[in-house]
Write a protein that binds this ligand. Structure first.
Ligand code: SAM
Length: 269
């Protein structure tokens, strides 16, 4: 029997709403995405196979919000909510923020740091396929960029992002843009993806929140010392460890490693 039928039959027997549930199951097994109690946003969530997997994994201690153009039947989980709307429209993003308990209409003049409550953003959004390769690819990339914007707006530092993309000439640029915002990105094709499909999943781990990037050269004030004796400097609230620098010094550094919540820099003066 063809593999697609195996997954289809399994989904029927095991009570999943879509065979795509097994794609997310495999991604989670491979990359260990979800933790008990996580808050997850699922874009392009209808009919709800991924929602079911995410809800199982985060358990009743977690929250999952699904968004789709289509209506999604309610799930038997106390903290799964759904928003019906088009993710390319600001109105839908407003309702998504609301469902997450984030100020849906933040004042642009407010200096308070934005609230980012989400641990994982997953997007299985797909355009209506026309069969015209270039057009389908371009539409897929457009949806991926909406998903990336949402992930950057809502993910905590260290949060993860999974996005479906149809392969094509603009994938490399999109992947570079994702790479710039996360610790690392992998392309992955789960077994449940149909053999001849050009769909891939990008798995981006560890959203970085750094105002600096590896290779940046800058002058920093060392204001503290860490447990290992490294100097500590703060760049717009982001901690940089500078080995060999003393409190009170202003040193010229090159950033050599950026983690989600802190980085390392080598003094070059
Ligand atoms: N992951 C889902 C599951 O396991 O049940 C299947 C998702 S299906 C492959 C792709 C979904 O993306 C469709 O339900 C479609 O309505 C949705 N979609 C496409 N464009 C969208 C958009 N602009 N905003 C919201 N959802 C969109």
């Amino acid at each position: 029997m063809a593999r697609k039928d195996d997954f289809y039959n399994r989904a029927k027997q095991e009570g999943y709403r879509a065979r795509s549930a097994y794609k997310l199951r495999q991604i989670d097994e491979e990359f260990d995405l979800f933790d008990h109690g996580d808050t997850v946003v699922d874009l392009g969530a209808a009919p709800g196979g991924w929602l079911q997997i995410a809800a199982e994994e985060v358990t009743e201690a977690g929250t999952v919000v699904g968004v789709d153009l289509q209506r999604i039947d309610d799930l038997d989980h106390p903290h799964v909510e759904t928003v019906r709307g088009d993710m390319t429209e600001e109105r839908t993003r407003y309702y998504l923020r609301k469902a997450l308990g984030v100020d849906p209409d933040p004042d642009p003049d407010d200096d308070a740091p934005p609230v980012r409550p989400v641990d994982v953003v997953i997007s299985d959004m797909a355009p209506n396929m026309t069969g015209e390769y270039q057009l389908d690819h371009a539409r897929s990339i457009h949806l991926c960029r909406q998903a990336l914007d949402t992930a950057l707006e809502l993910l905590k530092p260290g949060g993860d992002f999974v996005v479906k993309v149809f392969d094509g000439p603009d994938l490399a640029d999109f992947r570079d843009d994702v790479d710039a915002e996360f610790q690392y990105v992998r392309a992955y094709t789960p077994e449940a993806s149909r053999k001849r499909s050009s769909e891939r999943y990008l798995i981006a781990r560890g959203r970085t929140d750094a105002p600096v990037a590896e290779g940046d050269r800058l002058a920093v004030d060392v204001t503290d010392v860490g447990e290992e004796g490294d100097g500590i400097a703060s760049v717009d609230g982001f901690t940089l460890f500078v080995p060999g620098a003393e409190v009170g010094e202003t040193v010229e550094v090159v950033v050599d490693d950026v983690k989600p919540r802190f980085g390392f820099a080598e003094r070059v003066d």
